[in-house]
Design a protein around this ligand. Structure first.
Ligand SMILES: [Zn+2]
Length: 375
């Protein structure tokens, strides 16, 4: 056996690579989550601050999330992410280990980021968060067309209409669900109707965003009922709390979203269609300022807004943990990564798109994994 494998490797390296097992991809985006909290938990500089922003109570947050080391702090904040997801998958973007993930677009707002994720490249005309569709084909449209899927088998759910317009270049390309929208009656269930009704009644911090927990429940119900091959769940309250300068609520939200991710992964592994055939990708649209004075905001003038992260767990991804030194990965590389996971041709999707992230498969030398675009 050893001899055969060795010979195979010599003759054709591809033969030594396991057959792909991903049949479904779930993408979850958490809006504007900084690398500081993700990789190191509660920020020491912000934790030390005695300034009160609004009704923020940093003391309570400190009791909940402050620990002596960064490793303990991130585990206290996101126990599923650090205790299960990363050890069984990979997370890229910790610059202290030499892994960098960057936003490619110059704006570093939400819509330019989501369009970059969906189309595989920064799109120059997307310069703000205006709720309009852009003409570029998205990875979701490509997946549906290439795999000849019914509209219900590709789905987008989000707590903000910006997700919906970034998801496709055309209306009705597949199931897209805006912040306060109902599902088409033929696809909805009493559970989904209830979540939609609650989402309309429960006030968010800003009127354009609905409640993430209800959006999550709606997407989860849809997932179990209609078994989409690709689903994008866009959650946004991390950004809302940060803009409101509520660091305590931001940390509580990250802790909550970690529990939702845990539940999502358990849901996938308990389902015959998804178990061991589904890759979960989690990322963000932009970073934010790095210090106590500017962590709330993000744009091209605020250093740190370009620093993001990508986590992946699934049957084709070896248990790598935290990525070490790698060539810089870009936000636009997510689309080609999704294409390759579903055994589609990234070049055929968009020759201008960033390349698949080889580290997701545990392969690739630096020459191959180096991605185009600004550092
Ligand atoms: Zn955002």
């Amino acid at each position: 056996m050893f001899r055969i494998v060795t010979l195979s490797v010599l003759l054709c390296p591809l033969l030594a690579i396991a057959a792909p097992r991903t049949e479904n991809v779930i993408l979850v985006t958490l809006d504007g989550v900084r690398i500081e909290e993700l990789f190191a938990g509660m920020d020491p500089a912000i934790a030390a601050s005695t300034a009160e922003d609004g009704y923020s109570d940093i003391e309570i947050a400190r009791e909940r999330y402050w620990r002596g080391t960064a490793a303990e702090r991130r585990m206290a904040l996101m126990p599923f992410f650090w205790g299960t997801l990363v050890p069984q998958g990979i997370v890229l973007g910790n610059p202290e280990l030499g892994s960098r993930v960057k936003v490619g677009n110059a704006i570093k707002w939400s819509s330019p980021g989501y369009v970059e994720i969906m189309t595989g490249a920064p799109q120059a005309e997307v310069v703000d968060n205006t709720l309009v569709r852009y003409p570029h084909r998205t990875i979701t449209e490509y997946i549906r067309g290439e795999l000849l899927l019914a509209p219900s088998k590709v789905a987008q759910f989000g707590s903000w209409d910006g997700f919906k317009v970034a998801a496709a270049s055309m209306d009705d390309a597949f199931v897209m669900n805006g912040a306060y929208e109902a599902l088409p009656p033929e696809l909805s269930t009493p559970d989904m109707d209830l979540f939609v009704a609650l989402r309309r009644d429960i006030q968010g911090l800003w009127e354009e965003s609905s409640n993430d927990v209800l959006t999550f429940r709606l997407a989860q119900s849809y997932l179990l009922r209609h078994k989409p091959r690709f689903l994008w769940l866009g959650l946004g309250q991390s950004d809302d709390w940060a803009h409101a300068a509520r660091y305590d609520r931001l940390l509580d939200y990250l802790h909550l979203s970690d529990r939702l991710l845990s539940e999502l992964w358990a849901t996938l592994q308990a389902d015959e269609t998804y178990r061991e055939r589904t890759t979960l990708i989690i990322t963000t649209d932009h970073g934010r300022g790095r210090g106590p004075a500017d962590w709330m905001e993000h744009d091209e003038s605020i250093p740190g807004s370009e620093d993001i992260w990508i986590a992946v767990i699934g049957p084709d991804t070896p248990a790598t943990g935290e990525a070490g030194p790698l060539p810089t990965v870009h936000q636009g590389d997510v689309a080609a990564t999704i294409a390759r996971l579903l055994q589609l041709d990234p070049e055929d999707f968009n020759p201008q798109a960033g390349p698949p992230i080889d580290a997701v498969w545990g392969t690739g030398d630096p020459e191959v994994t180096a991605s185009a675009g600004p550092d």
